[in-house]
Design a protein around this ligand. Sequence first.
Ligand code: ZN
Length: 436
Amino acid sequence: MEPATETRLADVPAQEMYDLVAALYPICRSITGEGVRETLRTIGEHIDLDVHEVPSGTQVFDWRVPREWNIEDAYVANLRGERVIDFRANNLHVLNYSIPVRRRVSRDELLEHLFSLPDRPNWTPYRTSYYEENWGFCLPHEQLLELRDDSYDVCIDSSLVDGNLTYAECHLPGASDDEILVYAHVCHPSLANDNLSGVAVAAFLAQEIATWPRRYSYRFLFAPGTIGSTTWLATNEQSATRIKHGLVLAGVGDPGPSTYKRSRVGDAEIDRAVIHVLRHSGGRHEVREFSPLGYDERQFCSPGFNLPVGCLMRTPYGEYPEYHTSADDLKLVRPESLADSFAKCVAVLRLIERNLTYVNLNPKCEPQLGRRGLYAGIGGTSDGRELERAFLWILNLSDGGHSLLDIAERSELPFDLVHKAASELVDASLLHEIER
Ligand code: ZN
């Protein structure tokens, strides 16, 4: 069983993904609260989502689900009543998870609660204080330098009360209960590449895969970073054992080359599938070893789970200047980069769906291909020679111990060609699929 149609780049919903990023961009998200719910409702306009609410205080391994944070408004005003920092202009201006505050403060006290980037004086940084009660504002450094009054009125109209952590999943059942996981974090406010790009690619990937005949079941998770994956793993420990391959998608919309971070396992099928697709994509790319730093793969790859979950990015987090600042905006994300990331994900998942293992039914010396019409389309063309090479590699290595990906790697032929050749050998009754 395999996906019926080849996905060509022309079919990639580049503009639709970009439009979803743009629609989600203004929402003030955090690890909990209405911003996450509104985000999930918007994603739910494209795919079927099951939304889950996990109450504050729920023990999730070594953590507790925090109180729910919501915010209506926030500003710093001078004593003439003019807003000099305004949450309504950009939600990055408030320290995410700020406790409510409403009072007059001296300039010195205010400065202790302000965050800016002196080396990028016209960008606003993104800062959070999830697990330590604090309040604060983030602003361009050049704007901070203009705050010369003796005192200011500070207002943060937020609430931090018992509520829920919200996440959503799109489950697509396949022939097998074995699952492929795709994870995107949904906790950042107005930041486009980190991670509305990942959200958009994951959502449209789910929409695409919903149309496939599926060997695997799929689980797309849209949840806050760290606490979201921890909560899911703690409340779905049994389901987690079904995950056979997984990808975290983060920062997949910037113009940089694709970067893949291997799972903790290192040479799992997902690692090898992504690396094969990147190598045969013809574009610049980078492969990095696993490290316990990064996105939600940290939780899936913690030693108590050690699931084969890698992370696909473009420029890695922290390595582009716009990262976690107001400059990670709708100009940083490009439809063509989203499209390229999407196409690579589709290629990876199609590969895994079709990575079957066969036995050669004529293993004693080479079978006569010409007699079976397998030379018919070959002639002297280079395509024909490649196909012939694929036939010979498949027939030689199909001893039940090598998958088509093993054969593609060993022969350095593209997986799609190896798969096409295998299908012809099956049709000619020279190969037989086996369970592995
Ligand atoms: Zn981030």
